[in-house]
Every structure is written in structure tokens, then in C-alpha cells.
Design a protein around this ligand. Sequence first.
Ligand code: HEC
Length: 163
Amino acid sequence: MAHHRLAAAALVVLFALPLGACADGAGDSDGATAGGATLLAEVAGYREWARAPGDFAAPLNPSSGPHGSFVDIYINDVVEQALLAEPDTLDAWPVGSIIVKDGWEDDEGTLRFVALMEKTEDGWYWEEYADDDLESPLYAGTPSACVICHAEGSDSVRAFALP
Ligand code: HEC
């Protein structure tokens, strides 16, 4: 059902765009209004995904990173599969890997940021949103802020390592 709603939202955007009425057209639909235009819209439902392994496996994990005091980190099936590889056989996360992080202000459900990364043919693609606007990212693409700080990670992943 969720799938159909997403497809419907995408159609709405497809037809709304040629009119150039971005704000008007998108404002009417509920849910994934970006209709697949952003990575966040594409991964609606990520909170049902598996959680990151290791230190960040628990909900509302205290974080020293810049994305909120507590974080929830979710991984898609590509990352899940990659984590099952024999140790030291991977030197990069596969194309299609997606990791989403909810950054919480407190441990009572006050969202502050949503940050995402996806491995594409061209490397990692990044998005970050503030809690009050989950439709227009604060950052998207390959922002140097994200890239530089994540460079010390395991193929840019900070919360857990390649197997
Ligand atoms: C000052 C360093 C720093 C900057 C800048 C930074 N991050 Fe992070 N990020 C971290 C750390 C540390 C973690 C590990 C989890 C934690 O401690 O919250 C992390 C975790 C993540 C995760 C979960 C996957 C992983 O790598 O562990 C995503 C997704 C993410 N960051 C996205 C972003 C995006 C998007 C940006 C740019 C808008 C960004 N980060 C900028 C430090 C940073």
C-alpha cells in the first residue's frame, strides 16, 4: 500500500512540474511530497530497516557527532548483505548502500536532523535535513563538510566498519 502511495505521489509531481507550480502542486499531497526527487523521499519507511551493527545497534544511542545528542542509524539491505562478507574481502561499500541517521535533540523524540548517505557509481551522495523541513535538504550532493569529516571512516562510514 505504501508503495502505491509513493508511486501516486511521484505521478503528481511528474504532472505538476511542467506547470512550474512547485510549491502549490507539492503542498497538496500528503506523505512523500518530494515524490522521489530526494533520497529521503525514496527511502520513506527506513525506520523499519535493520539497525547499524556494533556500538550503534541500540535505539537512541548517545552521539558525539554533530547530528544531535542521540542517534538512530538504519542500514538498507545492501549494507546488511555487505556486512555478511568474509572479513577483509571488501574495501568499499557496494553501490546501492544506503544509511540513514535520525539525530535527536533529546531522548524524548525531539528530532533535530535527518542525515543520509547513498553509495552511487560516482561515490557517496549525501543529504541532511533539519527537523522542520524534511522536504528541502540543507545539504545535498557531495558537501565538503560531510566528506571531510567522514573521510576518517571506513570507506566514509563512521559508525561501523567494513567487515
Ligand atoms: C564533525 C564531523 C562530522 C560531520 C561534519 C558530518 N558527520 Fe556524519 N557522522 C559523524 C560521526 C562521528 C558519525 C557516527 C555516528 C555518531 O556518532 O553520531 C556520523 C554518522 C553519519 C551517518 C550514519 C552512517 C555513518 O557514517 O556512521 C550519516 C548518514 C551521516 N553521518 C551523514 C552526514 C551528512 C549528510 C553530513 C553533512 C551534511 C555529515 N554526516 C557531516 C561525524 C560527522
